[in-house]
Design a protein around this ligand. Structure first.
Ligand code: RNT
Ligand code: ZN
Length: 418
């Protein structure tokens, strides 16, 4: 049987439950995924130092081939985008600046340090997103930045945040494509705090000051990201969920929910339809928590499907920026990026192929038995044939054909890096 007939058959089976596969693929093609730059180099950045030093996050593994320069990272990213169907975005951290050889501290970053990223993004047809970098820096090493007890340290990080937002606006303007600038800070304590309130008061002040300049929302949108705990902040994180949910609601900023930043059994899927009543927009860091780690490569599991389903079924896609946040240094990084990015798209496709109207009317009628039967029967419909058809149409490999180009690239490019 040809793959075309596989698709026709799938089309028929979905049509039988009232689902239009062509419409689902058309919708999928319009969803941009913001691919995080930091999977390619283990969050090292290009400031000249080597990798995360503190800040509650950690890349583990020593698979060869990490990108050591901007050119290498771009080359790897081009490889990734060529293996992922659709038009997407790149999410940059301030530490990935193009400093042209000069030592540029975090309070010295300017638009010009990101010009080459904007130029490259243009040639690639990518939108850009941005993040101030509040970790891997001597002034972040004691675990506090925007909430630091020392005013001078706070001022340093406030200045960094202000500059980052302006760079975000610059990128949005250059590309004529709104940039989301997301604030995540590591601030917290390893052991029981004596004062939970003080650091939060300071954080509010620092955030207010950082966000005080009004920027054109067509160019830049501000987001804030919470966390339950991190390495070195096990007992207390200043920017907790309640903290940032309140802050985002009050100030109408974008709220960022990272799938790995909650209790291990707590899913962000159920939070979406609650917070969306109160915040203008949502940023997702789609990730996978495994025990203490919040940043494993996303696989097509129930958690991922639940998140994608909420976005589609709740009709939230137009108010949601879907970003990724994982970093695995123990496997081929191009593969990690590619597989993860394709997985959120696969999850979204499954959601787009759901007979939602039917499921919801069964639920309304109170027929939970039929709802369960339909939910379960949908699981064995041939979503893979629809996905394969999409990959074929846009000219990217099928899932089963991914490792050939990845291995070629590894052999020709990655393995030559020491
Ligand atoms: C850390 C946050 C944050 C970072 C990136 C590098 O716990 O998830 O989003 O992963 O900014
Ligand atoms: Zn995150």
């Amino acid at each position: 049987m040809t793959s075309n007939s596989h698709y026709s058959l799938a089309q028929e089976q979905y049509a039988a439950i009232g689902v239009d596969t062509d419409a689902a693929l058309k919708a999928l093609a319009t969803i941009p995924i913001s691919v995080h730059c930091w999977q390619g180099d283990d969050v090292a950045g290009f400031e000249g130092d080597s990798g995360i030093t503190g800040g509650g996050i950690m890349a583990t593994g020593n698979y060869p081939g990490r990108a050591r320069s901007i050119d290498e990272l771009r080359s790897d990213l081009e490889q990734v985008y060529s293996l992922v169907p659709g038009k997407h975005r790149l999410n940059l951290h301030a530490s990935y600046l193009d400093h042209g050889g000069a030592k540029v501290d975090r309070t010295e970053i300017e638009e010009k340090h990101f010009q080459s990223w904007a130029d490259w993004a243009k040639t690639q047809g990518l939108g850009l997103d941005f993040n101030p970098t509040y970790f891997s820096h001597p002034l972040a090493n004691d675990g506090f930045t925007l909430a630091h007890p020392d005013k001078h340290v706070r001022e340093f990080w406030i200045e960094h945040g202000k500059r980052s937002r302006k760079i975000g606006a610059f990128l949005g303007r250059e590309l004529d494509n709104t940039c989301v600038t997301n604030i995540w800070i590591p601030d917290g304590l390893k052991d029981t705090p004596a004062d939970r309130r003080g650091p939060r008061e300071r954080l509010i002040e620092s955030l207010d000051e950082t966000l005080s300049e009004k920027l054109d929302p067509n160019h830049n949108l501000d987001a804030v990201e919470c966390k339950l705990f991190g390495l070195g902040s096990e007992s207390y994180v200043v920017g907790s969920h309640e903290f940032y949910m309140g802050y985002a609601m009050k100030n109408q900023t974008v709220l960022c929910l990272d799938a790995g930043h909650f209790h291990p059994t707590e899913s962000i899927a159920d939070k979406i339809s609650s917070v969306m009543f109160y915040v203008p927009r949502l940023l997702l860091h789609v990730s996978r928590g495994v025990r203490w780690d919040s940043d494993h490569v996303i696989v097509l599991n129930d958690d991922l499907q639940a998140i994608a389903r909420e976005l589609v079924v709740g009709d939230y896609l137009s108010r949601t920026h879907v970003g990724l946040d994982f970093f695995d240094a123990s496997i081929n990084r191009v593969a990690a990026w590619t597989i993860g990015t394709r997985n959120i798209l696969r999850a979204l496709l499954i959601a787009l192929l759901e007979p939602t109207a039917q499921l919801q009317s069964l639920e309304k009628e109170g027929d939970y038995t039929a709802r369960m039967a339909l939910f379960e029967s949908v699981k064995s419909l041939p979503f893979g044939a629809v996905w394969n058809h999409y990959c074929k149409t846009v000219g990217v490999p099928l899932d089963t054909g991914l490792m050939t180009p990845i291995k070629d690239y590894e052999q020709q490019v990655l393995s030559k890096r020491s």
